[in-house]
Design a protein around this ligand. Structure first.
Ligand code: PEP
Length: 253
């Protein structure tokens, strides 16, 4: 049985006050279900991670970073290591979010190093994969996801990969208001699970959680979650509104 998982990616939003307020509202509104019935995580910007982690320290909400650097320490100006994130109370980290891939220009190779560094530092990576609209239109969705998954998880043992969560986020659905249909999400998730079974084994594929992300809202969460291979949701815009995010969490229980 895979426990549902809902993560809220705040991207480059909130401030020192609103980040803590939002975290507290999410914690109090989900206290009956968080952890027992659904894993809930929030991903604040780096600068608010510590205050949000403090505000959530007595709750069952996990804290996730939005990114990480792969080196453990040293002369890497502006970067943040796994041990720093662990030190301030993070348990998860997004790796390869589409905005990192397509806005910042991160490659599969770099993302693989980040996933490996997160695991080595005791963090749980959420590896994001997903195709561009032009790639979907050209019938290349499976090819792209296959490449991102194989390269992103390269050289990691089965034991390591079992600590990874996958997020399927079609780029054309992120922040556009255009969600994948439940069938499109299920098809992609089924493909990913079968690919993981081939790459590792059936047991790992059955146990690993695959989240859907891309314009998830309270109104569509209830249609996406019942899909057999949709184990949870990675939510951007709607996670900035406590009521909406709490409604999405409820839809996942
Ligand atoms: C995301 O940030 O991962 C995301 C899916 O954003 P949105 O829900 O706004 O599309």
């Amino acid at each position: 049985m895979r426990k549902p998982f809902v993560a809220g990616n705040w991207k480059m939003n909130t401030d020192s006050h609103s980040s803590v307020e939002l975290a507290k509202r999410v914690a109090s509104g989900s206290s009956q279900v968080a952890d027992q019935s659904v894993t809930v995580a929030v991903c604040p910007p780096f600068v608010y991670l510590q205050s949000v982690a403090r505000a959530l320290s007595t709750s069952s909400i996990a804290v996730s970073a939005q990114d990480i650097y792969f080196e453990p320490k040293g002369a890497f100006t502006g970067e943040i290591s796994a041990s720093m994130l662990k030190d301030i109370g993070c348990s998860f980290v997004l790796c390869g979010h589409s905005e990192r891939r397509h806005v910042v220009g991160e490659t599969d190779e770099l993302i693989n190093k980040k996933v490996a560094a997160a695991l080595a530092g005791g963090l749980l990576p959420i590896l994001c994969v997903g195709e561009l609209l032009a790639e979907r239109d050209a019938g290349q969705t499976e090819q792209v996801v296959n490449r991102q998954l194989k390269n992103g998880l390269a050289d990691l043992s089965v034991e390591k990969v079992s600590a990874v969560t996958i997020a399927y986020e079609p780029v054309w659905a992120i922040g556009t208001g255009r969600t994948a249909t439940p069938q499109q999400a299920q098809e992609a998730h089924d493909f990913i699970r079968k690919l993981l079974a081939q790459m590792y084994n059936e047991r790992l594929a059955e146990e690993i959680r695959i989240l859907y992300g891309g314009s998830v809202k309270p109104a569509n969460a209830a249609d996406l979650m019942p899909q057999q291979d949709v184990d949870g949701l990675l939510v951007g815009g709607a996670s900035l509104n406590a009521e909406d995010f709490l409604a999405i969490i409820q839809a996942a229980v």
